[in-house]
Structures are given as C-alpha cells and as structure tokens.
Design a protein around this ligand. Structure first.
Ligand SMILES: Nc1ccn([C@@H]2O[C@H](COP(=O)(O)OP(=O)(O)OP(=O)(O)O)[C@@H](O)[C@H]2O)c(=O)n1
Ligand SMILES: C[C@](O)(CO)[C@H](O)COP(=O)(O)O
Length: 234
C-alpha cells in the first residue's frame, strides 16, 4: 500500500504590511493580524492550508519582536518560528533552515496575506506536483492587455504593449522539496539576485517548476481596498 506524502507549510508572516495601512483600535497593525469576519487574516490562511489532509504542520515565520502572534489561538498543528528576516525570501530561508525537516520532505510556502486560497486549487497543486515529482506554483494566466510604462515621465505614459501570450501572474502556495528550495534560495540570495517568490530562486539555479492554475480569490491582500474584497467572499 502506498503511503500518502506529508506536507509541511511555511507561512512567511514577518512583514509589516506597509502598503495595506491596516489598523486596529486606531493602532497600526501588521496586515496579517487584521480581523476579517472577526478572525485574524493569518488564521484564515492557516485554516485554508490545514483543510488539506496531507498538510501535517504549519510553521509560521514571524519577526523576532512580533507580539501579535501571541494573541492568536492557533491550531495545535502550528509552530511559531521567530525567524523573520529583512525580506520575504530571508524569512522563508531562515524558517526552512530552522526547521528539522528531511531534505526530501515536501514544503509548501504560502503568503500569510493570501487568506482566500480555495481548496480545489490547493489540491490541484499538490496532486500535480506529486504526480510529476516536480516543484510547482499556483499562478493565473494574464487575461488583460499588458502595458509597459515609459520611464522618467512625471505622469505614467505607455511605452508599448507586451505580448501577454505565455505570461502568468505568480501566486502562492509554491511547493518544493526542502533541500531543493533551501539550496536555491541560498544560492540566489548569496548572488544578490532579487527573489520575490520561491520559484524565482528555482529559476535562478536553472531548475524547472510547474505552473498550476490558481484562482482570483487567492488574492494577496496588499492595498487597503483589498480587505473589502476578501471580506466579501471569505
Ligand atoms: N520581511 C518580510 C516581508 C514579508 N513577509 C511576508 O511575506 C508575505 C507577502 O509579503 P507582502 O504582501 O509584501 O507583505 P508585507 O511585506 O508585510 O507588505 P508591504 O510590502 O506592503 O510592507 C506576507 O505574509 C508577509 O508577512 C515576511 O515574512 N518577511
Ligand atoms: C510571492 C508573491 O506573493 C507571488 O506573487 C509575491 O511576489 C510577493 O510579493 P510582495 O511584494 O512581497 O508582496
């Protein structure tokens, strides 16, 4: 009988949410702790991941001086790791290094700021990666016309239209084997490469990565108005 692979999730949650300008009782609050339908955004994100039967634990990477995390009632599968770094990629790498995961374990990285992950997309990513024995990410094919802005203009002006054929917008979760991801992040960061998602590190070391269709509900809460949208469908 084949055993079901187990997956550990890492949630980078060490950001301050500068662009989202979230507040609580008039106090600035990192966006992942703002309440959405009476529940902190981070808890929505945790619950979305734990809905999957293969998800055995969730490691949350937070800033060293984060007091908010203590205010949450986290499920028992959660581990808080005070491994937040200067950038999202640093937080992910620090958290991976601090974990005692096997090199061959599947690790899923998912933004704390994506609380609306639908189960069907999460499952599709897991099934396709395991079947292909390959890392992969959720992403959305670009459906609008894409413009490049001309540089050095006071007002934004179009320079040209980019061919959208074959363009995708990367989301998370992003799923890889632990050693592969750790090694790729280490190499990319040491080389000074700007790593905005895990897949960019994998690309940096020349390895391949599956694209699996995501969902608009899996929006990254980035701007103040994004709260209204997730509030609507969560
Ligand atoms: N040094 C950092 C920066 C970000 N993140 C996390 O990475 C995810 C996606 O990042 P983003 O949406 O950019 O969050 P912030 O950095 O908090 O937002 P902003 O850039 O507006 O400050 C979030 O869950 C955020 O907490 C992190 O763990 N460590
Ligand atoms: C990882 C990510 O969510 C993929 O779209 C994105 O790159 C994070 O970007 P941010 O600027 O750190 O929000």
């Amino acid at each position: 009988m084949q055993t079901m692979p187990q997956i550990t999730a890492i949630i980078p949650a060490g950001g301050v949410g500068e662009r989202a300008k979230a507040s609580w009782n008039g106090m600035a609050i990192p966006k992942q702790y703002r309440l959405i339908k009476d529940k902190a955004m981070l808890l929505h994100t945790v619950d979305a991941l734990l809905a999957h039967p293969m998800m055995t634990s969730v490691v949350i990477g937070v800033a060293d001086k984060d007091d908010w995390i203590e205010t949450l009632s986290l499920p028992p599968q959660c581990i808080v790791s005070r491994t937040g770094g200067a950038t999202r990629a640093d937080t992910v790498l620090n958290t991976l290094i601090a974990s005692d995961l096997d090199d061959n374990a599947w690790v899923m990285v998912h933004d704390g700021a994506r609380p609306g992950l639908p189960f069907a997309n999460l499952d599709a990513l897991i099934q396709q990666c395991i079947q292909a024995d390959s890392g992969g990410i959720l992403a959305l094919p670009v459906s609008d016309t894409v413009k490049r802005q001309r540089s050095h203009q006071t007002l934004p002006v179009i320079e040209r239209t980019i061919d959208r054929q074959g363009l995708w917008l990367a989301q998370t979760p992003q799923l890889f084997k632990k050693a592969q991801l750790e090694n790729a992040l280490q190499q990319a960061l040491q080389a000074g490469f700007v790593v905005t998602d895990e897949a960019s590190a994998i690309e940096f070391v020349g390895e391949s990565c599956l694209l699996v269709k995501g969902h608009w509900k899996n929006i990254k809460v980035t701007w103040p108005e994004d709260f209204e949208l997730v509030e609507y469908f969560l």
